[in-house]
Design a binder for this molecule. Structure first.
Ligand SMILES: [Zn+2]
Ligand SMILES: [Zn+2]
Length: 335
């Protein structure tokens, strides 16, 4: 089968590789569409620890073949994948915290990913895609689910004054989740003009450009106070510290953006403000199911997120270009 293989940092080629064989409890999928995620870009930029790797984890497809012991699914079923594979049996899974599973493994990191004609996944990680959702749009479901999960990490109410830092796919997904939950006042901050425009379209009550405007000052004039709830969806030390700085005393900061860098901080500033700091990790079944429900009910316009659709052959070239210019929100690869 054809697959985009990452050999090393900045080195991705289209190769012919063997089709995966579904083992007990697993399913072979014919991949239809797969979104490019920030994680894929991170690996493309810095390489992975287990090369060669097939990246890609935000995928939709049809079931090609069932491994031994799989029940309730059949070839031809249209599905979307929860890319964080959980065991379903550990203490965390039993408590509904599949995203914290002690046996967790990721599609496109630990398992060969979906930038390929076929991929395989545990049957328990698949969700049926209703006919009303196209396979192409279905590849956006995992991203929306991340936003839903982050929103569940915060105390929400219709009148909680909220700031989202970063309007990439994750920040916008959080915005969607907050609008669905009826949160009225959500300000979005991003240095990218295209992202701010899309945030307005998706339902932000106001947008701020922190590169030209004073964020705390703008928040004061927009909200009448500092926000009681802040989502950090960039994953950089500077924006995490900014979130802690602008949140109101007694407020909550949800850290969603994956940050791999160390932060130097004097905790007394957080203690004096008694900030609640929550982290948000990936998604659970509940988040995928909710995101599918939103899209099936026509409550989301996938076109506002998906800024480009490309072919698998185009992927290596597009990945090389992406690291330079970040003007896209979500790119979908049609296999
Ligand atoms: Zn992802
Ligand atoms: Zn588990």
């Amino acid at each position: 089968m054809k697959a985009a293989v990452l050999l090393d940092a900045h080195s991705m080629t289209i190769e012919d590789v063997p089709v995966p064989v579904p083992e007990k409890g697993e399913v072979l999928l014919k991949v239809h569409s797969c979104g490019i995620c920030g994680t894929d870009m991170e690996f493309f930029e810095n390489g992975t620890y287990n090369p060669p790797t097939i990246l890609g984890h935000e995928c939709s497809g049809t079931i090609e073949k069932l491994g031994p012991g799989v029940k309730g699914l059949k070839p031809g079923d249209r599905v979307v994948v929860n890319d964080l594979f959980s065991c379903g049996a550990c203490d965390f899974c039993r408590r509904g915290l599949e995203n914290l599973c002690s046996q967790a493994a990721n599609l496109g990191i630990h398992w060969p990913g979906a930038f390929a004609e076929y991929t395989k996944a545990p049957a328990r990680s698949l969700f049926r895609l209703p006919e009303s959702i196209s396979m192409h749009d279905g590849a956006l479901i995992p991203t929306l689910a991340v936003g839903h999960h982050a929103s569940r990490r915060a105390p929400l109410s219709p009148d909680v004054k909220t700031l989202i830092i970063g309007a990439g796919p994750i920040g916008l997904s959080i915005l969607v989740a907050l609008k669905m939950a009826g949160v009225r006042n959500v300000v979005v901050s991003d240095i990218n003009e295209r992202s701010r425009t899309i945030a307005k379209k998706v339902g932000a009550s106001a947008v701020v450009d922190p590169s030209t405007e004073d964020l705390p000052e703008r928040l004061e004039s927009l909200l009448g106070s500092q926000p009681r709830l802040v989502f950090e969806a960039v994953g950089k030390p500077g924006t995490i510290l900014e979130a802690m700085e602008v949140v109101e005393r007694g407020g909550t900061v949800v850290v969603v953006g994956n940050c791999f860098e160390e932060i130097v901080v004097n905790p007394i500033t957080w203690i004096l403000k008694e900030i609640n700091i929550h982290a948000s990790q990936a998604t659970s079944s509940e988040d995928l199911a909710t995101a599918i429900g939103w899209m099936a009910a026509g409550k989301i316009d996938p076109a506002s997120f998906i800024t480009r659709t490309i072919s698998l052959d185009e992927l290596p070239g597009v990945m090389r270009g992406l690291t330079a210019a970040k003007s896209d929100i979500k790119i979908i690869v049609n296999i």
